[in-house]
Write a protein that binds this ligand. Structure first.
Ligand code: NAG
Ligand code: NAG
Ligand code: NAG
Ligand code: NAG
Length: 650
């Protein structure tokens, strides 16, 4: 501070000089010191944090990508944007960009928008109005997509009807969706399915996207073709709010009739940013073979593609033979999977071209860890973005850190931001464990299995199902921690590891009890599936009269043949004794020609459990564990009655 003054006193210069130059040096040094100390302290703090919380680095990566998605969503909310606006913005931004490739035909964003404009006008002409619900029942094809966006332009609810539904369940879905109109694809089987349930459709007008008309249904296409392709005025949807219902999507339960999950405009918007967690962008090509009438394809994939303006290569249905060839042909960068699909791809013979593609991300759900590593290695896929999100769940989870086998993260830090919790769970009562003193639930610790629940509050709502209100109540859990609080009960169990990564464990009820122990069906499945002759296995518990609990049974599908060879039986037994606790080893084996699956390739157990191990109820080969031979033997009628009457004890 005094320096300039001292400068002027030249005769003092000699004395003063050193201090003149010294002072800056001292300041420099001071700064250097301060910086060093700060850096040192920071390093120390980081090292301590890393030592104490080794998982923090995953949290930071996770948060960075989550915030990218959240920012995208909040921008839309601020702009008062809905999913149809997202689409129209992308159309304006790059009209010539290819939106859909289907059967080698390219459809630009502009072209799809023109079709959607026609759909909107045609819908008005047939009498659709705000507040109506229009059901659409089509196989994967571009018309599915322009019907959806066209109907959004006039602010109505679109119900996705599964094309494989027939008779009673089809009638049920159309009825609970309260569809005043139903538009079906140009397929003979859809025509006859509708004809079959004709009587129960008295309140629903049926149209087809075919040119042809019948008494049952009119041609929507003819009306569409008469309409202008000009931009459809936004005023028609001016009074749409974020709580209005955008879509109804049926959840394909493993039991019972499908339920119509409500996707509000707000939830649709939230869904549209999920893929920004793995940086989906305009240069990506997204390969879609899953049915559009489920939320995975018809909500998540579709909305994320339009959000980023990327290209969707759409196929009518999955084909293991065409999968990689298509990926090469179209320069696909993102594939959309469900676990079974990866398993089918793995079953194909290895070829040198397996790694010849540009896939950078596999996005999907249900990839079990027994296939995951092999799948990722064989096809050289850099990132697996495994996603968890039931259609009706208010939140989803996603693997951002490329952690093998995991579906995402939780942690003390993350829990503060995303209000999800994992509760300790009682497999017997099928309820969360409660604290005896004040009846509050107990949080599962790392290393434990927990039931995912989500706190319902003002920005996280459970939108429920249309129709039966008692179904909504079943998904809610009250008084979890405090009197009067309310949580969404996912019914899904997750294992939490020491770094707070989450692994899907079981759907509630997929655990059974034997000899006082809990057997996780997915754990047994994974052990069996590592055997090279097994294509897939479906594990469940069956009742034996006079025995407590359920005995383990595995329905296997084999890679070749439909009968186990003696060697394979031995290997199977060895694998089970090596890898599983004695109570978890299957007591019965059944060999199936084809796995029992739901239309979303989830394993169906209900019929298998009913048939049990009774040779009279199935033609398929059955085996039982013979404790005397310590081996699996063929199960005959005599053995069956010996087991049932308690002569044989397993
Ligand atoms: C795929 O990429 C190659 C090389 O960049 C290019 O020559 C080819 O035209 C692309 N194919 C498609 C279908 O875009
Ligand atoms: C099995 O589950 C029951 C009920 O959830 C629990 O009390 C018991 O401790 C579990 N047993 C084992 C061995 O984990
Ligand atoms: C609602 O569903 C439950 C079973 O899920 C059934 O018992 C009840 O009868 C249904 N109610 C109506 C009004 O359909
Ligand atoms: C119930 O008890 C547990 C453990 O004693 C405690 O952590 C929790 O805060 C209590 N909850 C209420 C609502 O008092």
């Amino acid at each position: 501070m005094g320096c300039p003054m001292k400068h002027q006193h030249h005769h003092h210069a000699q004395v003063e000089k050193p201090s003149v130059t010294e002072i800056p040096v001292q300041t420099d040094l001071k700064i250097v010191w301060i910086i060093s100390i700060v850096v040192g302290l920071l390093t120390l703090v980081l090292a301590l944090l890393h030592y104490k919380y080794p998982w923090l680095k995953y949290d930071l990566l996770h948060l960075k990508q989550m915030f990218r998605a959240i920012r995208r969503y909040t921008q839309k909310v601020r702009r008062n944007e809905f999913i149809i606006d997202t689409f129209e913005l992308t159309v304006t931004k790059h009209p010539e960009k290819i939106f859909i490739i289907y059967n080698d035909i390219h459809y630009s964003y502009y072209e799809v928008n023109q079709k959607a404009n026609q759909v909107a006008r045609a819908a008005l002409q047939i009498g659709v109005k705000k507040g109506d619900t229009v059901g659409i029942m089509l196989y994967n094809e571009p018309a599915f997509i322009w019907l959806f966006f066209g109907l959004q332009k006039i602010g109505v609810t679109v119900a996705y009807i599964n094309v494989f539904l027939r008779s009673k369940s089809l009638a049920h879905c159309v009825e609970v969706s309260q569809s005043n109109f139903l538009i079906i694809g140009d397929d003979a089987d859809l025509d006859s399915a509708i004809e079959d349930i004709g009587e129960s459709l008295s309140d629903t007008e049926v149209f087809s996207i075919s040119e042809y008309e019948s008494d049952q249904r009119k041609s929507f296409k003819r009306i569409m073709d008469e309409q202008s392709t000009d931009d459809f005025p936004k005023e028609c949807r001016a009074d749409v709010t974020k709580n209005d219902i955008c879509q109804l999507i049926f959840t394909s339960g493993t039991t019972g009739l499908p339920k119509a999950a409500i996707i509000s405009q707000d939830k649709a918007l939230k869904g549209s940013v999920v893929c920004s967690t793995f940086n989906l962008g305009p240069n990506d090509v997204f390969y879609e073979t899953l049915p559009l009438y489920h939320s995975a394809a018809g909500e998540l994939a579709l909305f994320n593609v339009i959000d980023t303006g990327s290209t969707m290569v759409l196929r009518r249905k999955f084909s293991a033979r065409c999968f990689l060839a298509d990926c090469r042909k179209y320069n696909v960068t993102v594939i959309h999977y469900i676990g079974e699909l990866c398993r089918y791809l793995m079953a194909a013979p290895v070829t040198p071209e397996d790694r010849d593609h540009r896939i950078r991300v596999a996005f999907g759900n249900g990839l079990r860890s027994d296939v995951w590593r092999d799948f990722q290695e064989r096809f050289n896929i850099p990132h697996v973005a495994e996603f968890y999100g039931a259609t009706e769940a208010p939140v989803g989870l996603i693997n951002i850190c490329n952690q093998l086998g995991s579906i995402g993260r939780t942690s003390p830090l993350l829990k503060k931001i995303f209000k999800i919790e994992f509760l300790r769970y009682d497999h017997e009562t099928r309820e969360p464990v409660r604290n005896k003193i004040n009846n509050s639930c107990i949080i599962a610790k790392p290393g434990e299995v927990g039931l995912l629940v989500v706190k319902i509050h003002k920005s996280v709502k459970f939108e429920g199902y249309r129709g039966n209100k008692s179904d909504n109540q079943k998904k809610l859990l009250k008084n979890v921690f405090d009197e009067g609080d309310l949580y969404f009960d996912s019914g899904d169990l997750f294992r939490i590891d020491d770094n707070y990564f989450l692994y899907f464990r079981d759907r509630m009820g997929d655990t059974f009890r034997w000899k006082g122990e809990n057997v996780s069906t997915s754990e047994v499945t994974e052990v069996l599936n590592t055997l090279d002759f097994i294509q897939d296995s479906n594990v469940y518990g069956v009742e034996i009269p006079g025995c407590e609990g359920k005995a383990g049974m595995a329905a296997l599908t084999l890679k070749e043949g439909q009968v186990l060879t003696q060697d394979q039986i031995k290997t199977l037994h060895r694998q089970c004794s090596n890898e599983l606790a004695s109570y978890a080893r299957p007591k019965f084996i059944r060999v199936q020609k084809q796995m029992s699956l739901t239309s979303t390739f989830k394993q169906r157990k209900i019929e298998l459990i009913d048939e049990g191990f009774d040779p009279k109820k199935t033609e398929e080969p059955l085996y039982y564990y013979n404790p005397i031979h310590e081996q699996y033997d063929g199960l005959t009628d005599e053995v069956f009655s010996d087991i049932v009457s308690g002569v044989y004890r397993l």
